[in-house]
Design a binder for this molecule. Structure first.
Ligand SMILES: [Fe+2]
Length: 450
């Protein structure tokens, strides 16, 4: 590996204060991310290095990436030519400053399952809702891949911010505002730790733009600004947003299966949740020969029945699109080992997915787990009703207001799901608690195991 010289450019101190991340891993490549901050020239060249070891004794790849003011000096480096199913270390350097060191990894090669994969899942990190201790737990848990299910930032400030966790930027309405909000979130040490600990795969929900926005209610310019800022701050393989910006994708896990990541926010318009383009794509994405499918949806797939079933309780979820959910169930039913993962609700839950949740005679087409929020809270006034939900929702095995994250462990014959909780997000060092765990044997139904 021929050495590449570090750009000799005089920059203000602290250009790496927003940390680093990696994402969208394949068997032979991964994306490295950072964003430089400070008073910077329009173009700043940056050295990146990928090594086989933590001490950077053996370099696997190195090069220069130009960061531009037009894209907030963000870097998205696709590093190719890597070996499958192994860990790498990476960092950036410029003008005598060195970024923190990150750990990333490739996925198993086609036809290989390796020794299985530990996949973390999380969502809903309202900064002014509390501390992100869950991220420290994720970073220490030996996770191979972390999937983000939406609400990376909250564009609106809470009416009751947790002391010490207030937003340090104005509520955004334009590109500069969204960039400042992401910089605020990305400077959190716990988030930086879990961003550097393993590769991420990211989708969004509504708060990356505005609470409950739809294409009909949001100003198109503001939405474009929010999408650009999202792109600038995520370790995504996608090119920068242009006229259209489709973020659905899948990540192949060798013969272990595939993570299929949907966008259930951008195209939702009352008649479709996915939009026709994504729907056509999804049918193909779910059609593969690996052992497991993990389908990520920001919003609940399997449904929540109101005591009187006249209209859906949560019309913005798949409940508001019964025809599309029936179509999805048909796609899911072609393969025995389907797991849905969703976020948004600020609860932990496990449930069965059917074409129609009210019809118990229909076959179960997937098991769904709802990942709890990293720090956003469940509304106190609804909490007393949660224990009643399984009484009128026989397809819901478990539901509880909680903060934390979800760990899925995939092996060829078995998947385990384990909820990991944080007792109190309003204090800096809360107790960590083990939540319930489930086991799904290949070809079988879910079983609560702990
Ligand atoms: Fe949320």
């Amino acid at each position: 590996m021929a050495p590449v010289e570090e750009p000799a450019i005089d920059l203000p101190d602290g250009v790496f204060a927003l940390g680093i991340a990696s994402g969208d891993p394949a068997a032979d490549s991964v994306v490295l991310w950072t964003r430089l901050i400070g008073d910077l020239p329009d173009l700043v060249p940056l050295l990146w290095e990928v090594a086989f070891d933590e001490g950077f004794l053996g370099l696997s790849g190195t090069g220069i990436v130009d960061t531009l003011a037009d894209f907030a000096h963000s870097a998205h480096v696709v590093v190719a030519g890597l070996q499958p199913d192994r860990w790498y270390w990476y960092r950036f350097r410029v003008g005598g400053q060195v970024s923190p060191v990150g750990r990333t990894r490739t996925m198993p090669a086609a036809g290989q399952s390796g020794s299985g994969l530990r996949i973390g899942l999380g969502c809903c990190q309202r900064r002014d809702g509390g501390y992100w201790t869950a991220h420290d737990d994720i970073a220490g848990a030996g996770v191979d891949l972390f999937v983000w299910l939406g609400d990376f930032i909250y564009s609106e400030t809470s009416s009751q911010p947790i002391p010490g966790r207030e937003h340090r930027s104005k509520d955004p309405v334009d590109l500069a505002g969204y960039r400042a909000r992401y910089a605020d979130y990305r400077s959190d040490p716990a988030l930086q730790t879990s961003s550097a600990a393993q590769p991420w795969v990211v989708t969004w929900d509504d708060h990356e733009v505005f609470n409950d926005y739809t294409s009909a209610t949001i100003d198109p310019g503001r939405r474009a600004d929010a999408y650009q800022a999202w792109w600038e701050h995520q370790p995504t393989r996608l090119a920068a947003p242009a006229d259209t910006f489709e973020i659905h994708q899948f990540i192949d896990l060798g013969s272990l299966g595939r993570i299929v990541v949907t966008d259930t926010r951008q195209h939702a318009d009352g008649s479709t949740l996915l939009g026709q383009t994504q729907r056509d794509w999804l049918a193909g994405a779910l059609d593969h020969t690996g052992s497991w499918t993990v389908m990520a949806s920001s919003v609940l797939v399997g449904g929540l029945l109101a005591p009187t079933q006249r209209e859906p309780l949560l019309a913005y979820t798949w409940d508001g699109y019964p025809e599309e959910r029936a179509w999805l169930a048909e796609q899911l039913a072609r393969h025995p080992n389907r797991i849905c993962v969703s976020g948004d609700l600020h609860v932990a839950a496990a449930l069965e997915v059917r074409a129609d949740p009210a019809d118990r005679l229909l076959p179960v087409v997937a098991t769904e787990f709802i990942a709890p929020a990293i720090s956003s809270s469940f509304l106190d006034r609804y909490e007393p009703y949660l224990p009643l939900i399984p009484l009128t929702n026989a397809h819901i095995d478990y539901i509880e207001a909680a903060n934390g994250w979800l760990l899925l462990e995939l092996t060829p014959g078995k998947t385990t799901a384990e909820f990991r909780f944080v007792a109190d997000v309003t204090v800096p060092s809360p107790t960590l608690l083990a939540g319930p765990s489930y086991e799904i044997l290949s070809g079988g139904a879910m079983d609560r195991s702990g």
